[in-house]
Each structure stands twice: as structure tokens, then as C-alpha cells.
Design a protein around this ligand. Structure first.
Ligand SMILES: CC(=O)SCCNC(=O)CCNC(=O)[C@H](O)C(C)(C)COP(=O)(O)OP(=O)(O)OC[C@H]1O[C@@H](n2cnc3c(N)ncnc32)[C@H](O)[C@@H]1OP(=O)(O)O
Ligand SMILES: O=CC(=O)O
Ligand SMILES: [Mg+2]
Length: 562
């Protein structure tokens, strides 16, 4: 089915919402097929059952932050040692996803979904998180697209190229990544309060797709999910209960739903066993979400001036703390019988410069070889053009074996300590680092405000996670007046220096994108928001949460049934 959302009309129709549910987003006949009374009722049930647990989990995050801000550092929890030492394993991996050597990721955009499912990757992770700007239009179209994808009818007509996109016979297995626990969905009010974003994403997708998915994609299992940005196993426990609730509603076997958890916050690295334990009937592994992990390192240590990061480009997987995290994740997953997934290299193909392209591809190749040699069972690709390289690296090493769960135990990683996981990354800080953070942060935010959650900038993939690093690193350097020791200039970062950098980088952005695009885009607004966040007395928890209101579009006429 080709997606044609209706043109704007005055509010003549309303969604058929159950009691206590108010939909404040634009009405569209196509969206109404997703926002059915029954589906909204399911989301409302999830919200009512779990909102107290979510609220408590978010309060615990704030409490942990207060402790870290008073000098504490994260570590293993002595009270859950029995879980780490225990001899349990997770439910066995469903055959449909035993081989996940290459997974492509991307926003829930129609053409990209088709391209990703056809890409030759084993898995496609359709993203409501880092790669999506969660506007009402993006979210609802995303659900329509996913439903069409699961029932196999999705098509897309690119009129400018007169090209029709449709699914191949063989497609990647679909995983869906709902938003993190922290993000609200302001367009759906339940009992007068914004719904929890991830419960909306999960609830709508599950409700409409579980039956078809299990018949086709999952061979009796599924649907499959990726779970982002958790900080503690209590958050995994909520997901486990949500899954059980959904299975009960659908009348499907417990353990049908499976999820891979991104380990992408510093506190969570100390909870990997505990997270798998909570989800032991519903998990298919952990993934190294390296970009958010770096962001989380800065955020966790925001009050620790002795733990400042070097330039963003120097914080790679070769740093001791990153290598330790990836090695320990592999050991943990393989001990528990599930996949240890690698992460995303930021390089993307460079079309107009063969030499630079070869260098970028070589960096991706090296990253993937490091991952497979370390024992990872699969990896992420940002772009279809990277799949052959990722495949080659993993197949070259694993051959026909679907994964390395049984063959690479990494017992040596048992010796990894808290100090290894927290070791301060080495490297210099430069004015160019400050400039790049600023240039990238502003351009990313400008794109996000206008509906794009992942963009190519300076030949790298940028999304919410990578932009967060730029933001918090600038904040940290300004807050502590760090010396830029890599330039030989000995300059300290101050608000005044940052102000000059912002001005100059805005001029550069205008030159690079052209006057017309600059004027029509939201660069000035983005600049204001980014500057405010980088110079705020208190570090905002999330960039996208702080600016979310700017993309909320409440439908003007009150369509409430309350
Ligand atoms: C930190 C993390 O969370 S990582 C996970 C979240 N981030 C992501 O998922 C990023 C995914 N990648 C992307 O969004 C894109 O590749 C970008 C923004 C980085 C680059 O996009 P573009 O510059 O538009 O790519 P480009 O023009 O080279 O695309 C060429 C073709 O590949 C397709 N393509 C590019 N990336 C993807 C993808 N990830 N999935 C599916 N198709 C893709 C394009 O749709 C285009 O198709 P077409 O030839 O049929 O028109
Ligand atoms: O979600 C992935 C990450 O690296 O962040
Ligand atoms: Mg992430």
C-alpha cells in the first residue's frame, strides 16, 4: 500500500478514544487506522498499570545522579552479587534471530524501511529513539509504515525518480526500538497526563503487528525489540512486566516477545547480569550503544572535574574504558547464552571523494574486525553501503556459524574491574574540538527541529546520541574552564570564548549550507537552544527532552471526550 496522508483540513473528525484518553495530535484518516479505540485502550492500560513504576524508576535515576554529583561513582551492587555469581541462563535464542551478524538501523521513514529490509542485513532495527525526531507526524507515519512492512504490503513511489520501492522476497528481521523511559508523548494524554513515549511506541506497534509478525518474520516468536538508555535493572523489570502484560492480552505464550537491551549508560554497565536476569525469559542479548555510553560517562561525572573527556573524536573503542565495557558485555552475554552485539561506527560512504571514501570504509572495516575478534556476534551498520564490509568482517571470522555465543567465552574478561570500566579516557582537548562540537550540535538540532533525527554531517552519521556528546562536552569544558592543551595555545574555555566560537561557527554553517537554506532552516533557533544548554548552570538530562516542546503540535480544536 502506498502511504498518502490527507492534506490539512479543519478539525472535522476526531479519534475514537476510550474514556480518559485524549489525542491532541492532528487527525488523519490514515493515522486513525493506528489510533483505534482498542489500540488506544491497550496503551492506556499499560500506562495505568506501569506509570507508578516508571515514575519511581525516574526518581531513582535522579537520586543516583545526586549521589554521583556528591562525589560517588557507579559500581557493582553488592546486594545483587548472587545474580552475578549465579549459574542461570536466559531462554534459548529463537531460530529466526540466531544469526544477527549485521544489523542495519534507521528511522521509521517509509523509503528507508523498505531499503533497510531489502538491504541484505540480517536484522533491521527500526528506530523511534536516537534516529527519529519524535514529532506527531513522524511517529504516526512510522506506525503506519511499520504495519505495512509487517504485513508485507509496504510500497513507496519516489515521484522525482519515478521509482517504486517494494519488499524483496528475502528481508531482514525487524526489531523496533521504542523511545527511552524518560520521554513523554505529549500528543496523547491519559487521565490528563502525557503518556510515556515508549509505552505508546511499544503498545501501538505490538497491538497491530504481533499476530502477523509471529506468523511471518518471527516463525512463532516475536515481536522483537531493542530497549534503549536504561540505567538500572529495575527499568528492565518494568519492561519484562510490560511484555508479560502484552502477551497475556494477546493470548500468546510467555517468552514470545524478545528484546535486546542497549548497554549505553555508565550505570548500566554494572548491571548487565541483573538486566539480563530480569528479562531472562524475554531477552536476546545486549548491545554496545557506544555513543550514548560516552554521553552517559560525561553526564554521570558532570560534577567530577578530574574526569574530563578529551576531544570527541579521540574517544573511540580503543580507549581502555570502552574496550573493557565491550569485553565485559561479551563475557556476560555468552555466559548467559545470548547475543553480544557490537555497535555503530560513525563513518558513512562518501560519494564524491573516492580516496576519502576508501579511508572511511577502512575505518569501518577495522572497527568490525575488532568487534568480531573480540567475540561479538554481530554489529550495526548505519548505511546500506556498509553492509558488505560488515558482512565480510563477520563472515570471514565466524564462517557459517550463526554466532559465537558458545565458541567465545572471554573468561579473561572476568578480571575486568570497576577501575577498568571507569578509567578516564586519554587525549588532548583542542579549540577545533570545541568548534566541531558546536558546529555539529547546532546543525543536528536544526535538523531535529525540522523533523530529521539522523543526518550526515562532515561525512559522519549524527543522531541524538552523538549530538548529546557534543552538547555535554561543551558544557563540561565551559563549566570547568578547561585548558585546551592540544593546540599549544594554552587557552582556557570560558563563556566568552564559547560565545565567539558560536558566532564564527554560525558564519561557517551559513557558508556551508548556503544563505537560502540557512534562512529557511531553524539554525538560529537551534543555535539559541544549543548555546543555552551548553552554558546552563545545571546540565540538562537530555537534549531532546529539553527542546521537545518545540516539536509538539497540539491540534487546535479540543477533541476531548473527557
Ligand atoms: C547512536 C545510534 O543510535 S546509531 C542508530 C541510530 N542512527 C541511525 O540509525 C542512522 C541511520 N542512518 C541514516 O539515517 C542515514 O544513513 C544517514 C542520515 C546517516 C545518511 O543518509 P543519506 O545521506 O541520506 O544517505 P545516502 O544519500 O547516501 O543514501 C543512499 C540510499 O541509501 C538509503 N539509506 C541510507 N541510510 C539508510 C539506512 N540506515 N537504512 C535504509 N536505507 C538507508 C537512502 O534511503 C538512499 O536510498 P535511495 O538510493 O533508494 O534513495
Ligand atoms: O544507540 C546507540 C548508541 O550508540 O547510542
Ligand atoms: Mg543510543
Amino acid at each position: 500500500m502506498e502511504l498518502e496522508t490527507s492534506v490539512y483540513r479543519p478539525n472535522v473528525a476526531v479519534y475514537d478514544s476510550p474514556d480518559g484518553v485524549e489525542v491532541r495530535g492532528r487527525y488523519d484518516q490514515i493515522f486513525a487506522k493506528i489510533l483505534t479505540r482498542e489500540a488506544l485502550n491497550f496503551v492506556a492500560e499499560l500506562q495505568r498499570e506501569f506509570r507508578g513504576h516508571v515514575r519511581y524508576a525516574m526518581e531513582c535515576r535522579r537520586e543516583a545522579r545526586r549521589r554521583y554529583n556528591s562525589g560517588a561513582v557507579p559500581g557493582f551492587d553488592p546486594s545483587t552479587k548472587f545474580i552475578r555469581d549465579g549459574d542461570w541462563i536466559c531462554a534459548s535464542v529463537p531460530p529466526a534471530v540466531a544469526d544477527r551478524r549485521v544489523e542495519i538501523t534507521g528511522p521509521v521513514e517509509r523509503k528507508m524501511i523498505i531499503n533497510a529490509l531489502n538491504s541484505g542485513a540480517k536484522v533491521f532495527m527500526a528506530d523511534f529513539e536516537d534516529a527519529l525526531s519524535p514529532s506527531w507526524e513522524n511517529l504516526m507515519r512510522g506506525h503506519v509504515n511499520l504495519k505495512d512492512a509487517v504485513d508485507g504490503s509496504i510500497t513507496f513511489h519516489d515521484k522525482s525518480r519515478n521509482r517504486v520501492y517494494k519488499l524483496n522476497d528475502q528481508t531482514a528481521k525487524l526489531f523496533v526500538r521504542p523511545r527511552g523511559w524518560h520521554l513523554p508523548e505529549a500528543h496523547i494524554l491519559i487521565d490528563g497526563e502525557p503518556a510515556t513515549g515508549c509505552l505508546v511506541d511499544f503498545g501501538l506497534y505490538f497491538f497491530h503487528n504481533y499476530a502477523k509478525f509471529r506468523q511471518t518474520q518471527g516463525s512463532g516468536f516475536g515481536p522483537f525489540f531493542y530497549l534503549p538508555k536504561m540505567e538500572h535493572s529495575r527499568e528492565a523489570k518494568i519492561w519484562n512486566s510490560v511484555f508479560e502484560r502484552a502477551e497475556k492480552m494477546a493470548g500468546i505464550e510467555r517468552g514470545s516477545i524478545r528484546a535486546t537491551v542497549l548497554i549505553e549508560t555508565l550505570p548500566a554497565v554494572f548491571q548487565m547480569n541483573e538486566i539480563l536476569y530480569e528479562l531472562r525469559d524475554h531477552t536476546v542479548g545486549l548491545n554496545c550503544g557506544r555513543w550514548d555510553y560516552i554521553f552517559s560517562y560525561v553526564k554521570t561525572f558532570q560534577a567530577h572535574p578530574d574526569r574530563l573527556l578529551p576531544d570527541r573524536v579521540l574517544v573511540g573503542m580503543g580507549q581502555h574504558f570502552m574496550r573493557s565495557y565491550s569485553d565485559l558485555l561479551i563475557r556476560t552475554c555468552h555466559k548467559r547464552g545470548v547475543h553480544a552485539m557490537g555497535g555503530m561506527a560513525a563513518q558513512i560512504p562518501i560519494r564524491d571523494d573516492p580516496k576519502a571514501n576508501e579511508m572511511a570504509l577502512d575505518l569501518v572495516r577495522k572497527d568490525k574486525l575488532r568487534e568480531v575478534r573480540a567475540g561479538h556476534d554481530g554489529t550495526w551498520a548505519a548505511h546500506p553501503g556498509l553492509i558488505p564490509i560488515c558482512m565480510e568482517a563477520f563472515t570471514g571470522h565466524m564462517g557459517k556459524s550463526p554466532n559465537q555465543i558458545k565458541s567465545v567465552k572471554r573468561e579473561d574478561a572476568a578480571a575486568i574491574t570497576e577501575e577498568d570500566l571507569l578509567q578516564i579516557p586519554r587525549g588532548v582537548r583542542t579549540l577545533e574540538g570545541l568548534r566541531l562540537n558546536t558546529r555539529v550540535g547546532i546543525q543536528y538540532l536544526a535538523a531535529w527541529l525540522t523533523g530529521s533525527g539522523s543526518v550526515p554531517l562532515y561525512n559522519l552519521m549524527e543522531d541524538a546520541a552523538t549530538a548529546e556528546i557534543s552538547r555535554v562536552q561543551n558544557w563540561q569544558w565551559i563549566r570547568y574552564g578547561v585548558e585546551l592543551d592540544g593546540d599549544g595555545l594554552g587557552v582556557r574555555v570560558t563563556k566568552e570564548l564559547f560565545g565567539r566560537v558560536v558566532e564564527e561557527e554560525m558564519e561557517r554553517i551559513e557558508k556551508e549550507v548556503g544563505k537560502d537554506k540557512f534562512k529557511k532552516g531553524m539554525y538560529k533557533e537551534a543555535c539559541k537552544m544549543f548555546t543555552k544548554q551548553c552554558t546552563a548552570p545545571e546540565l540538562d538530562d537530555f537534549l531532546t527532552l529539553a527542546v521537545y516542546n518545540h516539536i509538539v503540535a497540539h491540534y487546535p480544536i479540543n477533541n476531548s471526550r473527557l
